[in-house]
Design a protein. Structure first.
Length: 318
């Protein structure tokens, strides 16, 4: 099997049949052997019955389903576990990235210089169309933060539309059940030394027809907070180091101000500012120490991930 496409679905009855046909057409034109895995993530509408009917007509379409909504990360993990292809592509059921992204992923992996390929609207050549400004801004700024945490200055760390060589996913024990899975995979891929590249892509939101039902975005502030928490785990000293130096800077500035007062003949003994200056510096040093320990813990985690991969490879050879 050359290519597996994994698509999580949740309450997608409005457009799933049409979008599946587009994905199948893209796969047929790729010249590869393929399978399409649709994961029904506890939909409450007619999504399951629609995709089951499609699977009854197309033997290369596989349906994975469970009754309770578990989140995108869990759906992807279930789809990855079922995939048999040498290339495993994940994309969104609404096809906001277009079905042509599948061919672009396949061509990039065929070149042989990448293990993981990410579609990015933020790199040169990529763009967003019809995306609300606030959504664009949050995506842009969020990925700028992650660019500091990951090597290579990635422009799109949080997107799920990606392509993997099979061995990349097989080498990882994935845990996240929601959108933070994308960061977990990327972090572990960097830890394991896989070659990660981005390709420019267009994220195009479809304009709603007058009077037609609109599929709402699931993007929430909670997702942003979860992603930021994960970024601290990926690069703890980036957060704790910056915070620690900020505290020390405030304490030092207060200290310099008090020194200036003292040289001017103003008594500073017993002033609350003197206590605050010392407190800021001491707390800043403690935060730096905590950041150092967190970084050491992160390095141990990297080594553990690499050891897991080695064990998996050794077990497979046996």
């Amino acid at each position: 099997m050359n290519v597996s496409v994994v698509i999580p679905t949740y309450n997608e009855e409005l457009a799933i049949a049409e979008n599946v046909k587009k994905v199948i057409a893209a796969l047929e034109s790729s010249g590869k052997t393929w399978e399409l895995i649709l994961v029904n993530d506890g939909s409450k509408d007619q999504t399951l019955s629609i995709i089951q009917a499609l699977a009854a007509k197309e033997r290369r379409l596989c349906v994975v389903s469970y009754p309770v909504n578990r989140g995108r990360g869990y759906a992807l993990r279930r789809g990855f576990a079922a995939a048999q292809g040498d290339y495993i592509i994940a994309t969104e059921s609404d096809l906001n990235w277009g079905s042509e992204i599948i061919g672009a992923f396949i061509r990039k992996l065929d070149e042989g210089d990448a293990d993981l390929v990410i579609a990015s609207p933020h790199m040169p050549g990529g763009r967003m169309e019809n995306v609300p400004f606030l959504r664009w801004l949050l995506s842009y700024l969020g990925n700028k933060v992650f660019a500091l945490a990951f090597p290579g200055r990635m422009t799109m760390s949080t997107g799920m539309t990606r392509a993997y060589r099979r061995e990349v996913l097989e080498s990882m024990d994935l845990e996240a059940d929601d959108k933070e899975l994308h960061i977990e995979i990327l972090s572990k891929a960097f830890d394991l030394g896989y070659r990660i590249v981005e390709i420019p892509a267009t994220l195009r939101w479809k304009l709603a027809k007058p009077g037609a039902p609109v599929r709402k975005s699931s993007f929430k502030m909670g997702s942003i907070i979860k992603h930021l928490v994960v970024s601290v785990d990926v690069q703890p000293y980036l957060f704790f180091g910056g915070l620690g130096f900020l505290f020390i800077l405030v304490g030092a500035l207060l200290g310099l101000y008090l020194l200036w007062l003292s040289l001017s003949g103003v008594g500073v003994a017993g002033r609350p500012a003197l206590f605050a200056s010392v407190l800021f510096i001491v707390v800043g040093i403690q935060i730096l120490i905590f950041g150092f320990l967190a970084s050491q813990n992160r390095e141990l985690k990297r080594q553990f991930i690499r050891t897991q991969k080695l064990i998996k490879e050794t077990t497979k050879q046996k």
